[in-house]
Structure formats: C-alpha cells, structure tokens
Design a protein around this ligand. Structure first.
Ligand code: CP
Length: 323
C-alpha cells in the first residue's frame, strides 16, 4: 500500500523520544504531533486493513501483567498494520511463577531481538524501571493508578475530532480519580492543550490537592453538568481499593451515573466518553452509553490510530537520518 500523506512519510526531527512513559512530561507540541500523526494514519487506513510496511523488521512485544482487552489488542493490530512482528507475553503462564523478576523477564525477551516493549503492570513506575534497564523502547500501557498515556491520547483525539480545538473546552472527569491512570493522563494532556478540567466524584476518590495544578474539583455532578462540553466517565477501580469509598454502588450511581435524566440538563451537544471497560448502570446507564452523545466506540477506533502513531514515532525512520 503506497502512503500519500506527508505527515507519515518520515518521523520529523522534532520527535526525539525513544520511550512513551506518560503525558506529564510531554510538551503541547509533542502531544499535537502524536495526534496529527494518528489522524494521518486514520485517514490513510480508512476502510482498509492492508498493511503499510513502515515498520518492517521491527518486533514489538506486549508485556501485560494485568488484563486488557482494548489496549493489548490495538497495540498488536497497530504493529501488524505497520508491518512489524509481534509477540504476546502472558505473565500467568510465564516463568515468573518460578521466581524470575520483571526486569530479568524483560531482559530475556529483549534478547530475542525485540525493539519495542509495551508494558502494563499494577505497580506504578514499572515501565520507567524497564526503560532504564533495557536498550529497547518502552511504551507504558498502564502502570497501576499512575498513567495510561495512549488512553489519554485517544480520549483527546476523540474530543479533538468532534470539537477541533481543545482550548476553552470544559472537560469533566467523573468518578474514581484517585485510582485512575486514565484520569492522570487526561489531566496532563488536556491542560497542556488548553482545556478546562473538572474532577468530579465522591470526596473519598477526588483530592482537593489537584487544585494546585489548575484543575477544578467538584463533588456535585449535578452542579457542574450544565457547564461541561465533555464528560469522561471513569470506572470505579474496585480492584485497586483496600476500603470501599462509598456505602453502595446504588448510592454512587444515584449521585454520579450519567443517565437520561442528567443528559436533559447537560449541553445539547455534550460528548460522552468512557475509557472502558464500562460498568453499565454504575458510571453510565446503557441508554446513554449506546446513545447519540456517546463516542465510546470511536475512542476504541481512535486507539488503533494513536498506537500506530506512537509505534511509528518511536520506531520509524527519523528524518534526521536521511540528510
Ligand atoms: N481502556 C483500557 O485500557 O482498556 P483495557 O484494560 O481493556 O486495555
């Protein structure tokens, strides 16, 4: 398949990163470059599953120590669409059960000629540790409650696709801010691109400390709802919590679930996002999740384009080598 889009002919010299560990230390220029590249890949591959052999000879390994549906599948598809080889590592059936460490495991996989490692782990900082310990590139696919950069990017791409410029938009992240890596990546990315961010949820899950980063904190969804252009509904991460942050799921849903009644009080063109997996009836009711305001499956589609862009920028042929 021939590529006609100039943005994805050569990795621009302005991109100098070997890893993608989070959005916190990326500049607005770098964020926009990834988003523009993803948009170009989406346009180039629309309605087509043919490969663009831009990463032929590159091998990507998925190292997932936590479960995943969307992220693992889309990284694999993204790598294959770019002509790279892929390998999947399953921690449950690995030799880690015999005492091998994460670093030794990754070093052994790297020794088989892997160029890019996509890492998900429940412990924050694991991808950063591997980036220091390995020669290959590392992409953070979610480190505990810390960051999930490609999720943040695909959320922002989906908003940008619908609204164009992020500047001046009001985006509310609703739900479990304390344990959500998606929340952190969204906060850093959205703020850098000029959006107003509101964090909303029970006080046990939303810290006032976030205000020091220029973010608004609210405990009342019904109060902020009429001001929001976008609602990103985050799952309650029960698996990371040691104590229940609210008395019952029913009580949580009565205060924070996006439902048809609340939708009537939101802006006419409000955009409903959710990173997935969604718990229907907890953070969002099925009629809203599947309704006309929802872009939940567009997020998943954009995840493929974002991951193609990140793999390409990190592993593609740089423009500076061409001169
Ligand atoms: N949103 C997200 O990261 O989904 P998975 O856990 O299925 O990868």
């Amino acid at each position: 398949m021939s590529v006609v889009t100039p943005e994805i002919e050569m990795v621009p010299a302005s991109w100098t990163r070997r890893h993608l560990l989070g959005l916190e230390d990326l500049t607005a220029g770098e964020l926009n470059l990834i988003l523009d590249t993803a948009t170009a890949f989406k346009r180039e591959t629309a309605g087509c599953t043919q490969k663009i052999a831009k990463l032929a000879g590159v091998t990507m390994a998925n190292l997932f120590f936590e479960n995943s549906t969307r992220t693992r599948t889309s990284f694999s598809l993204a790598a294959r669409r770019l002509g790279a080889d892929t390998v999947d590592f399953a921690s449950s059936s690995s030799s880690m059960s015999k005492g091998e460490t994460v670093v030794d495991t990754a070093r052994n996989i790297e020794a088989m000629g892997v160029n890019v490692m996509v890492v998900r782990h429940r412990t924050p900082g694991t991808p950063h540790l591997l980036a220091k310990s390995l020669d290959c590139s590392v992409i953070n696919a979610g480190d505990g409650p810390h960051e999930h950069p490609t999720q943040g990017l695909l959320d922002i791409m989906t908003i940008r696709e619908s609204r164009g410029d992020l500047r001046g938009l009001t985006v509310a992240l609703v739900g479990d801010i304390a344990f959500s890596r998606t929340a952190r990546s969204n906060i850093w990315g959205l703020k850098k691109l000029g959006a107003n961010v509101i964090l909303c949820g029970p006080s046990t899950l939303v810290s006032k400390q976030w205000e020091q980063f220029g973010v608004e904190v609210s405990y009342h969804l019904d109060e902020i709802l009429p001001r929001c252009d976008v609602l990103n509904l985050l799952r309650i991460q029960f698996e990371r919590q040691t104590t229940r942050p609210f008395p019952s799921v029913r009580e949580y849903a009565s205060l924070y679930a996006m439902n048809a009644e609340r939708l009537k009080r939101a802006k006419n063109d409000v955009l409903i996002l959710a990173p997935g997996p969604i718990n229907r009836g907890v953070e969002v009711t099925p009629d809203v999740a599947d309704g006309p305001h929802s872009v939940i499956l567009d997020q998943v589609t954009n995840g493929l384009a974002v991951r193609m862009a990140v793999l390409w920028l990190i592993s593609g042929k740089p423009m500076r080598d061409d001169g």
